[in-house]
Design a protein around this ligand. Structure first.
Ligand code: S3P
Length: 459
C-alpha cells in the first residue's frame, strides 16, 4: 500500500465485546458472512483474461489494493480491464504473447504475487517493463524469480539483491526450461509457467512439496495443455505445452480461505461465538490451517459442499470451544503459509504448547512475520520462544492480557491477526494503521463489527 504522505495512518483497536459498552451486543460473535474473493485466484483471473482474445467475465473478484494493481498492470500492457459492478469484471485480452510494452513504471503496491507473476509474463515478451512497489515490496527478494526467468532468456537490472525497483528486459526468443523449485513457492512456479506460456515446447516445473495449484487449474480452464505427475516423494512435476490458443472464459472466484481464517479464529477464541462463513474456497492445497485448528479442538461444521469454477467451496459454521496446543508438521507449511500469523493468535489462547518449525519463509513475506508476531505477542503477555524457522507458543488456556499497541509495518495479516486477538484479550489490542488491510480484505472492520466485534478508531 503506497500511502501519499498527506494521508494519515488510521490507528484502530479491538476490545472484548463485553467491555465495548454497546447495549444489546452479545458477548460472542454471531452471524453469517461472506469473505471477499480469493486473492491468488483474482490476480490470475485478470492475467489469464488478458491473455485470451475476446471477453472473459470474472465474478467475485477481490477488489483489494493488490488485485487492483494487477488490473492496472494488465491495462498498461494492452488488455482492456473493466469493472462492471461489485466484484463483476470484464477483461478483453490480447492473446498469448500479445502484451505490449507499458509506457510507464508498473507500481505493484504491496503485492508480492502481482509483482512476481508480472515478471514472469514480461520475461517472454520482447519488451522492457520496470516494476516498483511500496516500502514492504521493495524489501522483498526477487532473486527467486530472476534466477529461473534468466534461464528462459530474460535479463534484469535492479537494486542489490534483485530488489525492486527493477527492469525486466524480456526476450524475443524464450526457451522452455525444466526448473526444480529451491523453495516451496507457488509464486515462483507460476512465474515460470507464465513465462513458459509464450515459449515453444514444454516448460517443466518440479516442486518437491506441492503448493497452491490455481495457476495450473486456470491454465487448463483457458485451454492450455498441462500435465501433472505426482512424484514418489510427495512432490509434483508440472509440464506446460507452450504457445496455446487461449479461449476466453468465465471465472467465479470463491471466498478466500486465507481471509476466512480471521473471522474463523475470532469465533474460536471469543467465548459464546457461532459464526458461519459462506462460500469459502477449500482447495486441498490451501486448508492447512483448517486441519490444524481441528487438531486443536476447534468446532467446525461444514455444509453445502459444491464446486465453483473448478474449485471446491463450502459453508463453515465455527463455534467457540477451548483450544489446545499442537505441533504443526513442517510439511504442512505450503498449505497454510499465509495463515501462520492468525494461527499464532489462536495458539496464544490455547492450553499448552503450539510448536511451529520449518516456516522460515515467513521472514520474507510482507514483513518478517515471525519477528513481528513474536514481538507483538510478547508485548501482549504471551510466553514464547522465537527460532529462525518458527515459534513455540506456550498458551495458558485463556486469552492473553493484551493492552499492546502493534506496529504492523505495512502487513495486512499482522494487522488482522492482532485485531482478532484483541477481541478476546482482556485489555484489547491496538494497531498503528488499519489502511493496510485494504490490500486483501477491504471491509474487514465492518464485517467483524457486523458479527458483534468491538473495533473502534483510536483517537
Ligand atoms: C501466493 C503464494 C504464496 C502466498 C501468497 C500468494 C500465490 O507465496 O504467500 O500470499 O498466489 O501464488 P509463495 O508462493 O511465495 O509462498
Amino acid at each position: 500500500m503506497t500511502a501519499a504522505p498527506d494521508q494519515k495512518a488510521r490507528p484502530f483497536r479491538a476490545i472484548p465485546a463485553a467491555q465495548g459498552g454497546v447495549q444489546g451486543t452479545a458477548r460472542g460473535l454471531a452471524g453469517a458472512v461472506r469473505v471477499p474473493g480469493d486473492k491468488s485466484i483474482s490476480h490470475r483471473a485478470l492475467i489469464f483474461g488478458a491473455l485470451a482474445v475476446g471477453e472473459t467475465r470474472v465474478t467475485g473478484l477481490l477488489e483489494g489494493e493488490d488485485v487492483l494493481r494487477t488490473a492496472a498492470a494488465m491495462r498498461a500492457m494492452g488488455a482492456e480491464v473493466e469493472r462492471l459492478k461489485d466484484g463483476d469484471w470484464r477483461v478483453w485480452g490480447v492473446g498469448v504473447g500479445g502484451l505490449s510494452e507499458p509506457e510507464d513504471v508498473l507500481d505493484m503496491g504491496n503485492a508480492g504475487t502481482g509483482a512476481r507473476l508480472v515478471m514472469g509474463l514480461v520475461a517472454s515478451h520482447d519488451f522492457t517493463a520496470i516494476l516498483t512497489g511500496d516500502a514492504s515490496l521493495r524489501r522483498r527478494p526477487m532473486g527467486r524469480v530472476i534466477e529461473p526467468l534468466s534461464r528462459i532468456g530474460a535479463r534484469f537490472d535492479g537494486r542489490r539483491g534483485g530488489r525492486l525497483p527493477l527492469a525486466v528486459i524480456g526476450t524475443a526468443h524464450p526457451l522452455p526450461i525444466e526448473y526444480e523449485l529451491p523453495v516451496a513457492s507457488a509464486q515462483v512456479k507460476s512465474a515460470v509457467l507464465l513465462a513458459g506460456l509464450n515459449a515453444p515446447g514444454i516448460t517443466t516445473v518440479i516442486e518437491p512439496e506441492p503448493t497452491r495449484d490455481h495457476t495450473e487449474n486456470l491454465l487448463r480452464h483457458f485451454g492450455a495443455t498441462v500435465e501433472i505427475e505426482k512424484t514418489k516423494s510427495g512432490g509434483r512435476i508440472v509440464r506446460l505445452t507452450g504457445q496455446p490458443e487461449f479461449r476466453p472464459s468465465s471465472i467465479s472466484v470463491p471466498g478466500d480461505p486465507s481471509s476466512a481464517a480471521f473471522p474463523m479464529v475470532a469465533a474460536c477464541i471469543v467465548p459464546g461465538s457461532a459464526v458461519t462463513l459462506q462460500n469459502v474456497g477449500l482447495n486441498p492445497l490451501r486448508i492447512g490451517l483448517f486441519d490444524t485448528l481441528q487438531e486443536m479442538g476447534a468446532d467446525f461444521t461444514i455444509t453445502n459442499r459444491r464446486d465453483e469454477g473448478g474449485e471446491p467451496v463450502a459453508d463453515i459454521l465455527v463455534r467457540h470451544t477451548p483450544l489446545k496446543g499442537v505441533t504443526v508438521p513442517p510439511e504442512r507449511a505450503p498449505s497454510m503459509i499465509d495463515e501462520y500469523p492468525i494461527l499464532f493468535a489462536a495458539a496464544a489462547c490455547a492450553e499448552g504448547d503450539t510448536v511451529v518449525r520449518g516456516a522460515k519463509e515467513l521472514r520474507v513475506k510482507e514483513s518478517d512475520r515471525l519477528a513481528l508476531m513474536a514481538r507483538g505477542l510478547k508485548a501482549c503477555g504471551v510466553d514464547l520462544d522465537e527460532f529462525e524457522d518458527g515459534l513455540v507458543i506456550r498458551g495458558k488456556g485463556r486469552p492473553p492480557a493484551g493492552g499492546a499497541s502493534i506496529s504492523t509495518e505495512l502487513d495486512h495479516r499482522i494487522a488482522m491477526s492482532f485485531l482478532v486477538l484483541g477481541m478476546a484479550a482482556q485489555n484489547g489490542i491496538a494497531i498503528d494503521d488499519a489502511r493496510v488491510m485494504d490490500t486483501s480484505f477491504p471491509g474487514f472492520i465492518a464485517l467483524m463489527q457486523g458479527l458483534g466485534g468491538t473495533l473502534e478508531p483510536v483517537a
